[in-house]
Design a protein around this ligand. Structure first.
Ligand SMILES: *Cc1c(COP(=O)(O)O)cnc(C)c1O
Length: 359
């Protein structure tokens, strides 16, 4: 077996320990004589798995009791629609802080359902910064404020939370579980699983219970958070395999000491990589230092004509999926929870050697 270091932005690396467990479990899960993919989601074994996954996630994130945890399908993108559908009506105004492509997409979707005020927009500098909060133009009576704590493409992360009483809605797809957060400061958190939680196909939504009542009765059943909350996310057949893997990932995180331990590792990984980039005359990261992401690190080469060589040689060295998003160019190393520190060390060694030969 040969494993590469996978720097993919998503679907992304999973812990090897989890993959080993999956392999062992596949033919005969917990003595069922069949795989977890083949059991009923309503059977007691799967119901127990679902309950354990939720309990572990609640513990990891210290989710208060007055929040529901929903396991849905449709990805983070479907939540970009479900957020306005569940929270506001056509006459309402909502605020969006757009610091990257995902926030822009979310605002565009919300426009179909309500009045959208873009309170801040960082597209004027190609999404390389977070506009100072004092410059945001917020509406007085916003139904909620939506922001993207980590913008996956440009690698821009909030290291603060927006102030005020407006209910905060956060798309945490690419930062959830990277460190402890204060869930009580949010009204709604949503995250596609395929970065830090598990396989694609599962989405986690954490919503304060009082907000479950807001959805109009006319909404399609599966578009209401209430339907998931009332059925333990089994209003129809859930993505059982993805849920099973998420349960293993939550257990793995508990095993390493929870999100405090994970945060220390992630911070060290990110600091090492940024230090290597900043310390070289050959690589650069365009993002304002105060809002650099711990999870997605874009960098460009001094000479873009070397991009192809960099990608070919890094892949040959077992460092894969480093190509940057086309809107940014250059490279991007996504260094989610499951990317080990050894991968960052190997990447830095490769970058130094590449610079020595080509710089
Ligand atoms: C990956 C990502 C998405 C898209 O997620 P899907 O599950 O594919 O819909 C949305 N927002 C952010 C911040 C992401 O990183």
């Amino acid at each position: 077996m040969s494993r590469v270091y996978n720097f993919s932005a998503g679907p992304a690396a999973l812990p090897l320990e989890v993959l080993d467990t999956i392999r062992d479990d596949i033919p005969d899960w917990q003595g069922a004589g069949m795989s977890v993919m083949e059991v009923s989601h309503r059977g007691k074994d799967f119901v127990a798995l679902a309950a354990r996954a939720e309990a572990n996630l609640r513990d990891l994130l210290a989710i208060p009791d007055d929040y529901s945890v929903l396991f849905t399908q449709g990805g983070a993108t479907m939540q970009m629609s479900m957020v306005p559908m569940n929270l506001v009506g056509p006459e309402d105004t909502v605020d969006y802080v757009v610091t990257g492509s995902w926030g822009k997409k979310a605002a565009g979707e919300a426009r179909k359902f309500c009045n959208v005020n873009v309170a801040a927009d960082a597209s004027d500098q190609n999404f390389t910064y977070i506009p100072d909060e004092s410059s945001w133009e917020r509406s007085a009576d916003a139904g909620y404020l939506h922001f993207t704590p980590n913008e996956t493409i440009a690698g821009v992360e909030f290291h603060f939370l927006p102030s005020g009483d407006t209910p905060l809605v956060g798309d945490l797809s690419s930062t959830i579980l990277s460190r402890p957060i204060d869930v009580s400061r949010y009204a709604v958190i949503y995250a596609g699983a395929q970065k830090n939680i598990g396989p694609a196909g599962l989405t986690v939504v954490i919503v304060r219970n009082d907000l479950l009542e807001r959805a109009p009765a006319s909404l399609p059943h599966l578009m209401t958070w209430r339907a998931y909350a009332e059925s333990d996310s089994m209003t129809n057949t859930p993505p059982t395999f993805a849920w099973y893997v998420a349960d293993l990932v939550f257990q793995y995180l508990q095993g390493i000491g929870g999100l405090g331990a994970m945060a220390a590792i992630n911070e060290r990984k990110a600091q090492k990589l940024y230090a290597a980039i900043d310390g070289s005359g050959f690589y650069s990261n365009p993002v304002n230092k105060a809002c650099r992401s711990w999870m997605n690190v874009p960098f460009i080469l001094a000479d873009a004509s070397l991009d192809t060589r960099f990608l070919d040689e890094s892949a040959a060295a077992g460092l894969t999926n480093l190509k940057g998003h086309r809107s940014v160019g250059g490279m991007r190393a996504s260094i989610y929870n499951a990317v080990p520190e050894a991968a960052i060390d190997a990447l830095i060694d490769f970058m130094n050697e590449f610079e020595r030969v080509n710089g």
